[in-house]
Structures are given as C-alpha cells and as structure tokens.
Design a protein around this ligand. Structure first.
Ligand SMILES: [Cu+2]
Length: 490
C-alpha cells in the first residue's frame, strides 16, 4: 500500500497534534496491524469471568496513561461470545479502587441482571448473575453504568463487545472468521495532552455538549491498519465514544452494506453511502474488497454537531481538524492477498424478520430531552433532564406492563441525543414526522434523536422498582448529568 503525502496530511489533520506516531507508523508503508480484542467464548462452557483491573496503557508510544480494563487487558475487555439461546453464568470481579456497575447493553434480561446503577459492585467483591439469553444474534456490548461515574469509567476503558451468535452465519453467507474477515471495531475518540497522555477533564463545554477527543482509537489502538482478505469483509461497528457521532464511509466511495442494527440482522443488506453511528449504537456492514484495492474507513463531521457551531469538534489544545466539516480517518483497510477469501459475493438475503410491532391500544408516552444552559454547571448536579426532571436514584418515572408495546415520542433539544432503553428492543416508527432512515429500519435499542423520533417499544422483561430499567441519553456526560429516568416492568 502506498500512502501519499496528501493521505498523511489528511490523517494528521484528523488526529491533530498527536498524529506524529500514526504518521510514523504509516510511513513505514505497511502500518502496524490492528489487533482484535481477545475472544472469550462462553458458548460451550456456559460461564465467563470478567475481572476489572487498573493498568497503564501507552496509546501513542510516548507516555503512559492510567487506564482500566478487564482480565489481561489494561484498556477495554475481551469480546464475549455468547449463544442466542443459552444460560450463561457471569462473574464480575471488582479489583478497582471504587465501586462500579456493569451493564449488558442490548441484552434482554430482567432488571435484576441488567447491571444498571442499582447493582454496584464494591471493591474486592464479585457479582455473580445468570444471564438467560433468548434473543436473535447481534453485536452488543458491556460497559460501566455507575451512578454519576459512567462517563469517567467508560473513557478509562471499562467496556467491551459481545457477539451473540446462533452459529448459523455460514448458512447466511456471512463472514464469520474472527479477526480475519469478521472484524469488531470499537470506535472511541479520546483526548490526549501534548505529552501523549490520555486526559479526562471535562469543562463546562464538555458537560454541555459531551466530551470529545482528538485521537481516534479502534479497539484501544491508535494509528493502526487492518489487514483484510480480498473478498467480502464484515465490520461490526460499535460506537463506544462518550459523545462523538460518526458518519462512516469508504474513502474509495464503496457502499457500506448494512446487514444488522443494534438488536440484530435485517431481512436483506441495505447499501448505504454513509452510516451515521451515535454513541451506544452498533451496526454491522459488509464491504466488498474483491477488486483488491486498499480502502480507508473514514468519518465526516456530523451535521447535528456542525449545527451547534462545530462544538463537538472543538477540543481544547488539539482539535480533530479545525473545520467542523473535515473528514478524518477511522481505519485503513489493507488488502492482504495471503489471507484466505471465504466469502466473495454479497448475500441477497439475511433472512431476519424486520420489526413490525402491533401498536393498536399502545400506551403513549412523551419524553423531552433537555440540555441545561448557562449557570451552575456542576458535574452530576442535575444539569440535564428529561421532562424537567434530572435523574434521581429513588424516583421511578413510570411503570410499564410486561408483554405490551408502547409508543414513545422523544424530542431532543439543542443537538442530537442517542436515546437508549434498557431491557427492551424497539422499532423506529418515524423521524421528524417523516419516514425512517435506512440505518434505523431494523431492531434497535439506541436511536439518535435529532429533532423528534417516534418508536414502538416492546416490554418482555420484568424489572422491579428496586432494580428498574433505565432510559437515557447515551452521551455519557448527559447521562451522568441527569438525562436519564427509570421504570419498572410488571
Ligand atoms: Cu444527550
């Protein structure tokens, strides 16, 4: 692969002043290979253990950063491979200096197993829970969901991916060779200081708009290159950023063939020119590299951020490019002809059922996501809210009835807010009164509300008033700042 000087400048523009290391790596001609997280396969054993631990990570090769991870990793955790129809015994051990709660984002389990803020694990303690899994294949994730501390914990590294699998991807004609033609990309922006150290020091602007970084990490790595076969590749995209929304695209102009959204597969692939992915959302896409040419997964600046005067792009010190509209690299894809090609054509059908919920007699609820303005912007002090209320641990917002479908109308103020519901999956019915964008046609657990969205939510999991489900904005500074509520399901 030959990178031109223009490519390098584009990369440097994206990563700002800390691009020196990625540039050095790329200028070697091949680049350092992206590593997949270790795979922790519990499909046979029916059990897994996650040990949260402190560590030191040198992301840019210039300075150590204090980070948190799971098991052997100092940042992030393994990919959990779980069956779609399986009971898995999970043990989560806290070797950190403070409590944390671990939420299984997208897993349909009762409130008592969901890992929300009412289930904190004290230091040196173990949380053991049976996860009774019965839902379609999907890419999910796990992350800290600790009262007032989620943003800090996730940016430190307390997160990881989950593959829910039924073992039938070969029959679907989908790439499934982990790390070869089936890549998991946990995309996160992080802020680094001039010394190359990761920092999290949200100021007033960050609390209001969400904390964005000046370096893109993929699976906790900066400036890497993915070696891929000359065939169809599958990218499981997970936006694990605190606040940044990506508009993902192929630099070569190829389509991204969407095959799955948050909660599972579509009926057939949908070809997209670009894919908007907000914090908390996942999407699986196929990319056709059968012509053998290298490509780069890039992101444009998203409009909802640009609308706010480019606020999300204005890190202090370094910036992700001075112009808010500037495109930046996520990950170069280098075709390696020594890798075996398993899939060389796009499947016409995936065969999943698209959501079509019966909304007759549905209970209707309205939610207004409110962003505080001016004055008293103190972290964790009721700055953001939903329907005028900031989150309180001891206030239940409503009760949903198990086995029913509700219609929720969500209005977002000021900027796009990724709205996530625990313990349920939903169908997007309309966006801003119009048709649903292709990326939101499948089953979802998080939707970017940029204006107004109407969704139909199915409640099949129980949750008590003591261990309720959360609904919240997945911009983590908004969540910690109070843009969250809770409900039980009886
Ligand atoms: Cu928000």
């Amino acid at each position: 692969m030959t990178l031109t000087r223009r490519d390098l400048i584009a990369g440097a523009g994206a990563a700002g002043f800390v691009a020196a290391l990625p540039m050095a790596a790329w200028s070697q001609g091949r680049g350092t290979a992206l590593q997949m997280p270790p795979l922790l396969d519990a499909t046979s054993s029916g059990a897994f253990e996650l040990v949260a631990r402190t560590g030191v990570t040198d992301f840019l090769g210039r300075a150590p950063s204090s980070t948190w991870g799971f098991n052997d990793q100092t940042f992030l955790g393994p990919i959990l491979r779980l069956g779609t129809d399986q009971t898995v015994n999970a043990s989560v051990i806290n070797n950190l200096p403070e409590p944390f709660a671990l939420h299984w984002h997208g897993l349909l389990v009762p409130g008592s197993a969901d890992g929300g803020p009412h289930l904190p694990i004290s230091p040196s303690k173990t949380w053991t829970v049976d996860l009774n899994i019965n839902q379609p294949p999907a890419t999910l994730w796990y992350h800290s969901h600790t009262h007032l501390r989620t943003a800090d914990h996730v940016q430190k590294g307390l997160a990881g991916g989950i593959h829910l699998t039924d073992g039938r991807d070969d029959a679907r004609g989908l790439p499934s060779d982990y790390g070869i033609d089936d890549l998991t990309l946990i995309i996160q922006d992080r802020r680094f200081d001039r010394g190359g150290r990761m920092v999290y020091d949200p100021g007033v602007h960050d609390e209001m708009m969400g904390f964005t970084g000046n370096v893109i990490l993929v699976n906790g790595q900066a400036g890497r290159v993915a070696a891929v076969p000359r065939g169809i590749i599958r990218l499981r995209l997970l936006n694990g950023s605190n606040a940044r929304v990506y508009d993902l695209a192929s630099r070569a102009g190829k389509s991204l063939h969407l095959i799955a959204t948050d909660s599972g597969f579509l009926d057939r692939p949908r070809a997209l020119d670009s894919l908007r992915l907000a914090p908390g959302e996942r999407a699986e896409v196929l990319v056709d590299l059968t012509n053998g040419r290298d490509d780069v997964l890039v992101s444009g600046a998203n409009q909802s951020v640009a609308m706010m005067g480019g606020g999300g792009m204005m890190g202090r010190g370094g910036t992700m490019g001075s112009a808010p509209q500037e495109r930046f690299d996520i990950l170069p894809l280098r075709v390696d002809t020594s890798l075996a090609v398993r899939i060389d054509r796009l499947p016409e059908s995936i065969g999943a059922t698209m959501p079509d919920l019966d909304t007759r007699n549905a209970v209707r609820r309205d939610f207004s996501l409110q962003t505080g303005m001016g004055g008293m912007m103190v972290r964790g002090r009721s700055f953001h809210s939903i329907n005028g209320h900031s989150f309180e641990m001891n206030r239940l917002n409503f009760t949903a009835k198990r086995g029913t479908t509700e219609i929720w109308t969500i209005d977002g103020q000021m900027m796009g807010h990724p709205f996530h519901i625990h313990g349920a999956m939903f169908q997007v019915l309309s966006e801003n009164g119009g048709p649903v964008s292709p990326r939101n046609l499948g089953w979802k657990d998080t939707v970017l509300v940029d204006g107004r969205a109407q969704i139909a939510v199915r409640f099949d999991q129980a949750a008590s008033a003591e261990k309720p489900f959360m609904f919240h904005c997945h911009i983590l500074e908004h969540e910690d700042g109070g843009m969250m509520g809770q409900f039980n399901v009886v």
